[in-house]
Design a protein around this ligand. Structure first.
Ligand code: ASP
Ligand code: MG
Length: 418
């Protein structure tokens, strides 16, 4: 069996849904197929605005109506039959969204409430897609991912209960696939006590990888609006080229350092079962795209990755004591406890220099949690530039005239904070 994942751009309007449905239909005749779908277009962002407006006591009702109209426009174009069952379902889903929103506290449990609301984007999109697939004779059924992807209650970043998830998916979903194309939601999961959780923004790729892992899929295809994994952002770098092949290790590094083409957590569940990941274009579905698997190839084009919003932090001992001996462990423990992601780290005799993902709230907590014997200095608004498989020529052009705050070189990569 195979797993397909379609992101928000591939279902952003009626035309896009027709196109993705054709891809599903063609493959679904020949193979067992599970399809993971994101929220339509920019729906997740719109739901964030709705939730935040509600929390602040603002005019959220009009915003819900706007989101309804956006979906209704797509629905009307896809279902010319005014009696189609989707027309009963849509108002009920939006009523449920409103009712769920109005049950949330405005003062407590922000993250938990966030997951209950933000998850509606995927619930709605998958209903529309499953209904539409049935009208074009694909025998699709809608599966509630919250019953299968089990997480703990780390809201907005749910941790997967792999044993539970593996068991229920391999027993229950496998048999559904024999007779149906299964359509389910990316990004969302459920807790043991029946609440909705989410896996982190852009987490639908991860969902697809979890299903692929648990079903021992022969492959996972992520359908994108780009031809595959590119060596750089073509809007910024004209030398950007397509990788036809990458190893899991290459892909993990690229996504970890900020390549946004696939979610960083996607690779591991696939690599542990050696399931190939195919990244292909839904605009040109016949084109080859990128294959990611165990094989390591030589002579890859230099990958240029920019990770913005970095903060440079320097911690020094006040008494000229060696930092490594006394404070390294404490500082690393504090960073880990506060869930601050360190992207570069350099230790000198009396100081520790770090590049971290900037998060105002977490950094404020870090400052007050550090040992009093250390001085703290920082600057923000920096970018981490990573060159994988760098060549002297690329380095020379990209780094000319730049004075990095931090830099690090390994046999495969050069990283600078600028
Ligand atoms: N809809 C979610 C988001 O926009 C998940 C995803 O698209 O992968 O973050
Ligand atoms: Mg999205």
């Amino acid at each position: 069996m195979r797993v397909f994942k379609f992101g928000g751009a591939s279902v952003k309007d009626a035309e896009a849904v027709r196109n993705m449905a054709q891809i599903v239909y063609q493959h679904g005749i020949q193979h067992e197929l599970l399809v993971v779908v994101s929220a339509m277009g920019k729906t997740t962002n719109a739901l964030e605005v709705i939730y935040n407006t509600y929390i602040k006591g603002g005019e959220y009702k009009q915003l819900i109506t706007n989101l309804y109209d956006f979906h209704q426009l797509i629905t009307v174009s896809l279902f010319p039959d005014a009696e189609a069952p989707i027309y009963d379902l849509m108002p009920r889903l939006f009523d449920r969204l409103t009712a769920t929103l109005e049950r949330q506290s405005r003062t407590e449990a922000y993250d938990e409430g966030y997951d209950q609301i933000i998850s509606f984007g995927e619930i709605i999109s998958t209903h529309i897609v499953a209904h539409y697939l049935r009208t074009i004779d694909a025998d699709a059924i809608w599966l509630d991912a919250r019953q299968y992807i089990q997480t703990d209650s780390t809201w907005r970043e749910g941790k997967i209960d792999w044993r539970w998830t593996q068991k229920i998916i391999s027993t229950e979903v496998a048999s559904l696939l024999q007779n149906h194309v299964v359509v389910t939601q990316g990004f969302i999961g459920g807790t043991l006590d029946g609440k909705t959780s989410t896996l982190g923004r852009e987490g639908s790729d991860f969902t697809a990888a979890i299903f692929a892992h648990c079903l021992d899929a022969e492959s996972l295809t992520i359908w994108k609006d780009v031809p595959g994994v590119l060596s750089a952002d073509p809007k910024k770098f004209e030398q950007a080229s397509l990788y036809t092949h990458l190893s899991y290790a290459d892909a993990v590094e690229m996504t970890y350092y900020g390549a946004t083409v696939i979610h960083p957590k996607t690779i591991r569940p696939l690599a542990t079962k050696q399931i190939p990941l195919l990244v292909r274009s839904f605009i040109l579905p016949e084109a080859e795209g990128t294959t990611i698997d165990t094989e390591r190839k030589q002579d890859l084009a230099t990958s240029i990755i920019q990770k913005p919003n970095q903060r440079f932090i320097e911690l020094s001992t006040k008494d000229y004591g060696f930092i490594a001996e006394q404070y390294l462990v404490t500082v690393l423990e504090t960073l880990s406890r506060l869930n601050i992601k360190v992207n570069l780290l350099q230790v000198t005799a009396i100081s520790l220099q770090l590049a971290v993902d900037d998060d105002e709230r977490k950094v404020a907590k870090l400052k007050t949690s550090l040992p009093a014997e250390l001085t703290y200095a920082d600057s923000h608004g920096l970018t981490l530039l990573t060159l994988l498989f760098p060549t002297p020529a690329v380095e020379a052009t990209l780094l000319a005239g730049k004075m990095p705050r931090l830099s690090q070189r390994t046999d495969r990569a050069l990283q600078v904070l600028i």
